[in-house]
Design a protein around this ligand. Structure first.
Ligand code: CP
Ligand code: NVA
Length: 304
């Protein structure tokens, strides 16, 4: 693996390697065992969209690994004034050891990776959110021990999260069910690649029945703010609430990538009942991304 542009860049074994290392790094972090394998290295973080978790977890992760992370808002650098991505890639490659980018078009991330000589990590596009899914898989594995054979349902918009959960879940041997309103289905190519692992429906009840993991995300993603009113209408009936949860497995986890809009895609009641898992999921961004950075930028895994 040279870059992490989407979860489909990984194999099942590759995901397991990242999750195993993430588990180790989490344990060691909590037990005061440092791993400064990125000493002297710099991660350039390019943001065209807002972020709390991605920014803070990457920055903290780099610090804990002995390196430095640089926050670059696209609005403040020349990229925001139209400097081509391919030039930005070649310039950053002369200073930094890795690039994390959060942007709109996946093609921008692909172009950045094509022109950069250093690893590129996708920190969210309209199409994919691979770092989030690695942390989601880590969180499910922690609670359920194994991923193989579990059923994950995603209720809501066929967005970046839906695409990445389908790809990641299918790679790990999970059954993925996605319920969206008509016209809001996930990416057709992602669905085709998932094959029999995926069930697409417009009925949230069908998706939730017996599910081990119930996942939801906002109805209007970053960049879709002007569609909020029409989406709130279209997504009526796609809320994760107590009634829907009664259909899921009694031991079901509820996950949300955050930020959450209470009483829209999830009720406050269900959110708070599952807050322990949801915030563990947020914490795991740190550990999973440290594992990714060790593997991409460190050239070695921390010693055990
Ligand atoms: N889940 C996630 O990526 O959060 P941020 O937008 O806060 O980074
Ligand atoms: N689908 C959401 C995820 C935020 C982490 C968005 O793209 O805004």
């Amino acid at each position: 693996m040279q870059d992490l542009l989407s979860i489909s860049d990984l194999t099942k074994a590759g995901i397991q390697k990242i999750l195993n290392l993430a588990d180790q790094l989490k344990f060691d972090q909590k037990n005061g065992i440092p791993h400064r394998v990125l000493e002297g290295k710099v991660l350039a973080m390019l943001f065209r969209k807002s972020s709390t978790r991605t920014r803070v977890s990457f920055e903290t992760g780099m610090y804990q690994l002995g390196g430095h992370a640089m926050f670059l808002s696209a609005a403040d650098i020349q990229m925001g004034r139209g400097e081509p991505v391919r030039d930005t890639a070649r310039v950053l490659s002369r200073y930094a050891d890795g690039i994390m980018i959060r942007t709109f078009a996946q093609s921008e991330v692909t172009e950045l990776a094509e022109y950069a000589d250093i690893p590129v990590i996708n920190g969210l596009t309209d199409y994919a959110h691979p770092c989030q899914v690695l942390s989601d898989l880590m969180t499910v594995r922690e609670r359920m021990t194994a991923l193989e054979g579990l059923t994950l349902c995603f209720i809501g918009d066929g967005n970046n999260m839906a695409n990445s959960l389908i790809a990641g879940g299918a790679l790990c041997g999970m059954k993925v069910r996605v319920a969206t309103p008509e016209g809001y289905e996930p990416d057709a190519g992602v669905c085709a690649r998932a094959g029999a692992a995926l069930t697409l429906t417009h009925d949230p009840r069908e998706a939730a029945r017996g599910a081990d993991v119930v996942y939801t995300d906002v109805w209007a993603s970053m960049g879709q703010e002007d569609e909020t009113a029409e989406r709130v209408k279209a997504f009526q009936g796609f809320q994760v609430n107590a009634e829907l949860m009664r259909l899921a497995s009694p031991r079901a986890m509820v996950l949300h990538c955050l930020p959450a809009h209470r009483e829209e895609e999830i009720t406050a009641e269900v959110f708070e009942a599952h807050a322990a898992d949801i915030f563990e999921q947020a914490e795991n961004r740190l550990h999973a991304q440290k594992a990714v950075m060790c593997l991409l930028m460190g050239g070695e895994t921390p010693p055990r």
